[in-house]
Design a protein around this ligand. Sequence first.
Ligand code: CA
Length: 229
Amino acid sequence: MTPYVLVVEDEDALATLLHYNLEKEGYEVGVAPDGEEALTLVKERLPDLVILDWMLPKVSGIEVCRRLRAGPKTRNLPIIMLTARGEESDRIRGLDTGADDYLVKPFGMSELAARVRAVLRRLRPGLAEDTTQVGDIVIDRIAHRVKRGGREVHLGPTEFRLLDHFLRNPGRVFSREQLLDAVWGSDVYVEARTVDVHVGRLRKALNQGQAADPIRTVRSAGYALDLGD
Ligand code: CA
């Protein structure tokens, strides 16, 4: 899965430059020209990271940041704030409001790429990499292969995405609704019960050969992946 980065920037030239360079770095990129549209786009599809300009029409960057931090689904969304030179107090306020990092304009594209990589590495371990290992499970996102304890695990496409999502967030409990949004997409209508069916299949595939069950069912809450390293 390609990480999806949402760029929120009202300066056309900079938005285009960011779009071009982030795509070149291998990200999928969305662009919103103002804060209002940014909030709408985030609702439609949760990004893996938001690059958020401070000064925006309609809803300011700082307000977008505040609202994202207040939302249960967007509370942990990685945010890099863009500020103009000289907005020192604003920069600090930006971090107070919950941005994970900031860049002062003008900045170079290699600097931006480095910050994006660093924030993703810190907050979304596994997302920026082609392969991730958690415990004895290894996922290869390029070859679309999964191994557990060296043994090949055959998964359907939905189970693969489900496992990928768990491996990106080990130990975190996800409700069925959160898994639906993350794996099936929020615009698809699927019953919550369907999640149970696919988790069941994933479990069965992973646990062949009597390996310990890595998926924890959290009563009335959802599921989490737990593997001791
Ligand atoms: Ca601006």
